[in-house]
Design a protein around this ligand. Sequence first.
Ligand code: MV4
Length: 502
Amino acid sequence: MIKKVLVANRGEIAIRVMRSCRELDLATVAVFSDADRTAMHVRYADEAYHIGPSPSRESYLNIDAIIGAAKKSGADAIHPGYGFLSENAEFSERCRQEGIKFIGPGAYAITTMGDKITARKTMIQSGVPVVPGTTEKLTDENSAIKIAMEIGFPLMIKASSGGGGKGMRLVKSMESLITMFRMARSEAMNAFGDDSVYIEKYIDSPHHIEFQILADQHGNVVHLFERECSIQRRHQKVVEETPSPLMTPELRMEMGEKAVAAAKAVNYEGAGTIEFIVNDQLDYYFLEMNTRLQVEHPVTERVVGIDLVKEQINIANGLPLPFKQEELRQHGHAIQCRIYAEDPDNNFMPNPGVIKHITEPFGLGVRYDGYVYVGYEIPIYYDPMICKLITWGKTRPESIARMRRALYEYKITGVKTSIKFLERIMETPGFIEGKYNTHFIEENRAQLFTPKHCGTQCEDIAMIAAFIDYLDKLARIQPQAFTSNLGNNWKDFGRKRNVLRL
Ligand code: MV4
């Protein structure tokens, strides 16, 4: 049985994983780069090992350094979190060879799902619907033309080694096909060292809906229902929720069964996600499988009532899944907002810096998964996500109201954040009505980037004007007032103004 877990990651997810370890009474080992000496995951762990310089390539992606730390600490398992080495087949295999349990799937499942052409073929064989298109790698231009004529336009050329939006091209007509085909291939070669590409019919205005699955070592696989992840910006998810407003009970059952079949097809072990694109007619197609714990896993945890990290660890220990599909239910509604240190009004430019002040939201139905503290400097080397806010409600409107309340309570100074932007999403009619697809941010630019009526800003300006006027009067009438401690925040002033007669 696992006794000590090394977490090969940083930030909020490293802490998230260690929290479950602590509940299971397992010892925890952190690893850290130069930039992370003072990071919260290092403080949280029972012990911590330095694994190299700040750039990921030399630390969190350095397999030898991480295996070395595992050996030194005597860890018997490694949890990879998300990103970094979490979907690296070589790392999973290396752990196996070293006698360290990799908390996640084996190299076969990672490799099969990592190659999108192989994944498509495997899904077709298992009866999982894929987007109409090719199942062999395309190399010559004549077969590309032939396939394009069969599929029709618009179509997409995708890199087999791509995924998550990397190495994709939208082709609108035959005129641009060959140019795009060549560009896609050379881009794929540059980015992945593999120029295999395939063609898919273009699905217009799709929804991104994914299913969480859990698979044990004994062939038992269950799904934990869906997550709606259509609110994205440049293939970065911004808001996730479950249940999906688009879903029907029948479709949920059917897609859930396909997700289970997909996992079984690759002998999956652990927690994984099957991504689908769904159009407005509710036709759904397998896109790819994420062979890791995902950033958005907490919404599933809240609504299904299961600790996914605990289940991952129990599975790694060889235990059978402790529940059957029929025992799983969705209770209420959960939403997650990802909060970034970036400036939404300046093209989401990352805004790293030192946290001066932070007031986290708490209270009924709020979960806060973060890692920053006052005085902490967000490093420039890694993803600028500060935290995730998850709210739950009996109903979707209640969880939205709670998210608005939590975002209102959340205060950070020192770095610019996406909090205001998320508040505007929560106020957008399309979101409130649950009628949105992957074009949501694009289609709601006006509302999301320029507040409707200048709102808070106008109030602030009015308050500043009133305060200047007040100081001006006060200076003439009551000069001694300047030696006392005048309220120096606007709210305080607003209250005082009504009782001071000048
Ligand atoms: C597509 C598509 C339309 N048709 N494939 C983007 C991420 C990667 N996982 C696949 N992606 C897409 N593939 C076909 N055949 C549209 C997208 C897409 C998208 C998908 C999910 C969520 C957001 C998206 C935003 C733009 C494009």
